[in-house]
Design a protein. Structure first.
Length: 137
């Protein structure tokens, strides 16, 4: 127990020590980049609210295992996202139904293969993912 507790502490100390010298320079560089990018980001947020929402879904999909079975424009194990977008209108009801299927799994709409359930995905997150998918027409 004691060793287990100590190991990360020692590791952290080593990492911190080894980064200490060189990283100051790169930190300053990064700061400059962020500052120069900020105005660009701001100008995109207000007019592109829908796009921002879509990219949130894209980011969520990126974090999950979706891409092992889905690609944007081709069938893999499951249908391509563009096919899904063509099949369903982006209505609130469809988003709700499809989000439910992402969470509890689904089968019989595209073939014999079933989609695995994703009980760890919240309803809100699933809706963001579906919104992104249905935006890919
Ligand atoms: C194990 C493979 C697999 C994984 C992982 C997977 N899917 Fe699927 N997905 C499928 C299959 C197969 C279908 C077709 C199911 C059917 O015929 O009803 C499908 C269907 C869908 C559909 C359409 C459902 C319908 O009723 O038309 C959506 C939307 C979808 N997946 C989103 C996702 C998202 C988002 C994720 C990640 C959280 C994900 N999938 C992960 C295999 C997978």
């Amino acid at each position: 127990m004691r060793m287990r507790f100590l190991a990360p502490v020692v590791l952290c100390a080593v990492v911190l020590a080894s980064c200490g010298g060189g990283s100051n320079e790169s930190k300053t560089e990064k700061k400059e980049e962020t500052v120069s990018e900020t105005p660009v980001d701001n100008s995109m947020v207000t007019p592109g609210a829908a796009e921002a929402a879509a990219s949130k879904g894209a980011a969520l999909i990126e974090q999950k295992d979706c891409k092992t079975c889905h690609k944007v424009d081709a069938k893999l194990v499951g249908p391509g996202y563009k096919e899904v977008a063509q099949k369903y209108e982006a209505t609130e009801a469809n988003i709700e139904t499809l989000a439910g299927k992402v969470i509890s799994g689904g089968s019989g709409n595209w073939g014999e293969v079933a989609m695995t359930p994703h009980p760890d995905v919240s309803k809100d997150d699933a809706k963001e993912m579906v919104k992104y998918i249905l935006s890919l027409k």
